[in-house]
Design a protein around this ligand. Structure first.
Ligand SMILES: Cc1ncc(COP(=O)(O)O)c(C=O)c1O
Length: 360
């Protein structure tokens, strides 16, 4: 048994979860064990949605395991990576006792899940050292060494700053966290980065967990498919903490198709186009008079500071372009986050920002 099981809430270590009809290891050809309808709905032409889906669809699990080069038993599929963040926090953190570490202004769902579980939240803010937002490694290491946190959430590349965490820094954090806490690396945007996935270190560090999603590069945000890749013993425990049927059958079916060789080829082309557009947009934004600062990005978005962020936001909106207003986030009171769209959509961004300059 892996030592990481000691990080699971004591009351959940032996928890068997809900014993669903689909978990029972029985066979037959007349299925009367789940109170399903024996008939298809009139709207259901071919998918046989009258039956509950597999709790962890085997075909998708194997496909994702192959894609991420891990074993299928190291992988838990969920309703987007959001669900897996939530399960991790619930399974590991005793309410009002254990703490979660996050690195604001990075992705708010870690804090939301901590709040819902009444887990303590420790802020280790990123440091804007002029060229890029970096981890405050010293502070992070001392928080880990203090031994009060159960989970450190890192994001690489980070949303909304766009920066990847250097591998040697991640290694130092993993080493400090051994026997102390989980280190979760959210790789939602890694397909757009040059850096390779940290999944290759999973066998070396049982307290490492990696989040993946099909919502970004794979273009399947509405299918709500994400996965957590971690120690196989931990995955077993987390699976028992999950809702009985978390992955709707039409969603897993399209995800399997969406990870076929042909679909992956197209995804790779789009990633390449996105990276080219990121470079073009970075250069155009850097020259724009309304822009105070553009951050380099390894993701499919760019974080931009403006001299007058309200004017920029309004000009974009009045030209029909909706970007993410991140001004309420710590350290970002003059910033907007712009997703890289198609070349035509990116042109619209530049046109709208040029319009402010003309008006000024
Ligand atoms: C860093 C990060 N992690 C996770 C998610 C959530 O992804 P999913 O759609 O898989 O729930 C997002 C969504 O924007 C994100 O930015």
């Amino acid at each position: 048994m892996s030592w990481v099981l000691n990080l699971v809430r004591e009351d959940l270590r032996g928890f068997a979860g809900y014993s669903s009809a689909r978990k029972a290891k029985v066979t037959g050809d007349v299925w009367l064990n789940a109170n399903e309808s024996p008939w298809l709905n009139a709207a259901d032409a071919a998918q046989a949605l009258n039956r509950y889906p597999e709790p962890q669809p085997q075909a998708l699990r194997e496909r994702m395991a192959q894609l991420y080069q891990v074993n299928a038993d190291q992988l838990l599929i969920g309703r987007g990576s959001d669900e897996l963040i939530d399960i991790l926090v619930r399974a590991l953190c005793n309410p009002a006792q254990d703490a979660v570490v996050h690195t604001p202004p990075v992705f708010g769902m870690y804090a939301v899940s901590a709040r819902l579980q009444n887990a303590k939240l420790i802020d280790v803010p990123l440091v804007d050292n002029d060229n890029e937002f970096a981890l405050d490694e010293q502070m992070l290491l001392s928080v880990i060494q203090a031994g009060t946190c159960k989970i450190v959430f890192l994001c690489s590349p980070a949303n909304p700053t766009g920066r990847s965490i250097p591998r040697d820094q991640l290694l130092r954090i993993l080493q400090a966290a051994a026997q102390r806490c989980m280190v979760v690396v959210d790789e939602a945007y890694i397909d757009f980065a040059d850096q390779t996935s940290i999944t290759e270190l999973l066998n070396q560090y049982p307290h490492l967990a990696v989040l993946k999603t099909l919502s970004k590069a794979h273009g399947l945000a509405a299918a709500r498919i994400g996965c957590l890749i971690a120690d196989a013993d931990l995955i077993k425990v987390l699976r028992n903490c999950q809702a009985p049927y978390p992955v709707p059958k039409p969603c897993s079916a399209i995800a399997v198709e969406g990870l076929s060789a042909a679909a992956l080829e197209e995804t790779r082309e789009r990633i390449s186009l996105t990276k080219n557009e990121r470079k073009r947009l970075y250069s155009l934004l850097s020259q724009n008079k309304a822009v105070r600062k553009v951050y380099t990005s390894d993701a499919n978005f760019i974080l931009v500071r403006f001299y007058d962020a309200e004017a920029a936001f309004q000009s974009l909106l009045s030209n029909g372009v909706v970007v993410r207003d991140v001004r309420a986030m710590p350290q970002l009171n003059d910033a907007l986050r712009i997703t890289i769209g198609t070349p035509e959509e990116n042109d619209r961004v530049i046109e709208a920002l040029n319009a402010i300059r003309v008006a000024a």
